[in-house]
Design a protein. Structure first.
Lengths: 440, 146
């Protein structure tokens, strides 16, 4: 959910394609499948960057001490200049590699170190005019709103919608997805607006638009307002007031509670987990118009998932968090961090078992999901016991495919609406005119 | 930045504070409001720079001291036979990170408050300046049309 905001965006040019691709997909199944592939690709790029100091060449900036990538950079420059490679380039790449080697040597074995400024691309070391170029704007806004994270949030909301035991209505679905997406964009933009000096100091976030001065804070706030207000209005008027209220509450929780709390107390992780749990609840209420036990169960599953996901991720970022002043369990209470991750992996098993009891899925769901839930619990246990980088990475990567797979299995095991009509216990309807499929 | 430029320029991240310095453009007919905005931004930039440069320097220094003291306790030197700098693994560094964070928490709380206040004030001033400029532009267009 929103907790997956920890992702960085890989590069402006890649984002629009992925995003459009996701939205072209009609059914929920395909969405989760895309989400899985897309996540994997993105994470492999990102996490390589974070955890092993090896960088994939990015269109914007190249952070790399490795020789091949320097050659790539040089080639790029050759293409742009007619003259032969000047001595400046040679000395820069030498200096860069010297910096890089020095940096590698002084880096502690398993921890990342702060990558020095010298290792950044030459482009980054130039002075840039703070003028907004209109053709850069889409890319900048995509990064400001953390568009990939927003896409994931919307897909969890659509999972909530799909799991609701009512006939599927396309307009309602689209309105709910759009509204949720806009609300998420707004929340992410405000988050970046609040965190500029902190983002500058952390490796993962130092290339954000506000940090680089590509956009003014005023414009960021205006953009957030122009996404948030229509988004919530759309949810309240076009779907139902409950969904709108949840959306507004989630924006408030994320921007005014979670963001400041990150620097005050470790309680931020729990608040953040709630933030991530709300989108599927919103999807459910969009479909049914009421907060049923099923909505809370889906929310609960996402709530529990956040912990292994985030705790494993934060294990590798302890240095940056400590220096940046972020209060995270992995820094201050490492034992608690691992315990909580394990606890919630096990909770996922419990929650999956409750699903058929609440008539959301058939009994095949806990059975089929048991292997993946057991696997993540096993990795959670390994993380708890070993408390090292490799176990945290394994757990983190597992959480990435675990969630889409779980939601997919849940959807396939969904208790059919027709079955429930026969039993005569169709839950409260939605406000739209539904085209209900009845058997003759 | 070139002398003829009419906009602000932002530079590469500072070595100590990791913040990007901005050189502000002073227009010849700067209004009082615009001057207040520019001064607020300059002041915020200076204050941020001071805080983070000092903070990061302290972090690096304390980290070195920690590594040194731990290595000494283990009976090792700072550099081993091949001349490479000796390091501690993540679990040993974790104690340092925890300690550093708790020591600096109060400092961070104070800084957060200041930063949020400054950020809101600057953005509000930006809004006022933008509004005034927009009205001026509209008035000028009306005059041109008449």
């Amino acid at each position: 959910g929103l907790f997956v905001w920890r992702l960085r965006n890989a590069g402006a040019r890649q984002i629009p394609c992925r995003f459009v691709h996701l939205y072209h997909v009609a059914s929920n199944r395909l969405i989760t499948f895309q989400y899985f592939n897309f996540l994997k690709r993105m994470y492999v790029t990102q996490c390589n960057k974070d955890l092993s100091q090896r960088a994939k060449p990015k269109p914007d900036s190249i952070v790399s001490p490795f020789h091949e990538l320097q050659q790539l950079d040089q080639e790029k420059k050759d293409v742009h200049r007619i003259s032969s490679v000047s001595p400046v380039h040679q000395s820069w790449s030498e200096m860069s590699s010297r910096n890089g080697l020095r940096e590698m040597k002084s880096a502690s074995e398993t921890e990342d170190s702060v990558i020095p400024v010298g290792a950044e691309s030459k482009e980054d070391r130039q002075w840039k005019e703070m003028k907004l170029r209109l053709d850069d704007l889409p890319g900048i806004l995509a990064r400001l709103s953390k568009i990939k994270l927003t896409a994931l949030v919307v897909s969890t909301a659509s999972a909530g919608f799909a799991m609701a035991p009512v006939p599927f209505e396309l307009t309602c679905f689209l309105l709910a997805s759009l509204g949720t997406g806009l609300a998420s964009c707004a929340a992410n933009s405000i988050n970046q607006f609040f965190e500029v000096p902190f983002d500058s100091n952390m490796n993962r976030t130092k290339n954000r638009p506000l940090v680089r001065g590509q956009i003014s804070p005023l414009l960021a706030v205006c953009f957030a307002a122009s996404c948030g207000i229509p988004g919530i209005a759309l949810l309240t008027l076009g779907v139902n007031p409950l969904t709108g209220a949840l959306g507004a509450f989630n924006i408030f929780l994320y921007t005014c509670c979670y963001t400041p709390l990150k620097r005050m107390s470790i309680a931020n992780t729990w608040v953040g987990a709630v933030v991530g749990a709300i989108p599927p609840i919103m999807g459910w209420t969009a479909a049914t118009g009421s907060l049923d036990a099923g909505a809370l169960l889906l929310g609960g599953i996402l709530y529990s998932w956040q912990f292994p996901h985030f705790n494993a991720l934060s294990w590798g970022l302890r240095e940056d968090y400590s220096r940046g002043g972020y209060c995270m369990m992995s820094v201050t209470h490492p034992g608690l961090c691992r315990r909580v991750a394990l606890r919630h992996c096990l909770a996922l098993i419990g929650l999956s078992t409750v699903a058929p009891v609440l008539n959301i899925t058939t009994w095949t769901f806990p059975v089929i999901s048991l292997p993946i839930n057991l696997y993540i619990s096993y990795l959670g246990f390994r993380f708890y016991r070993d408390a090292d980088r490799s176990s945290s990475r394994k757990l983190f990567f597992c959480s990435l495919w675990h969630l889409p797979m779980l939601l997919l299995v849940m959807f396939t095991c969904k208790k059919s609406v027709l079955e429930k009509e026969d039993k005569g216990d169709l839950p409260g309807g939605s406000h739209e005119m539904a085209m209900e499929i009845r058997l003759p | 930045p070139p002398a003829h430029s009419h906009s602000d320029w932002i530079g590469p991240p500072d070595k100590h504070s990791n913040l990007r310095p901005v050189i502000f453009y002073v227009p010849p007919e700067e209004s009082a409001l615009e001057r207040r905005l520019r001064e607020a931004r300059q002041e915020a930039q200076a204050s941020n720079q001071r805080f983070w440069a000092r903070h990061n320097r302290a972090f690096r220094q304390e980290k070195e001291e920690f590594i040194y003291s731990r290595l000494k306790a283990k009976g090792l030197e700072m550099r081993d036979e091949s001349g490479q700098k000796a390091t501690l693994n993540a679990e040993e560094m974790a104690d340092f990170y925890k300690d550093f964070l708790s020591k600096n928490l109060k400092k961070h709380l104070q800084y957060n408050r200041d930063w949020y206040k400054r950020n809101f004030r600057i953005t509000f001033l930006m809004g006022q300046v933008a509004l005034v400029r927009a009205l001026r532009w509209l008035r000028r267009r009306k005059k041109n049309v008449e």
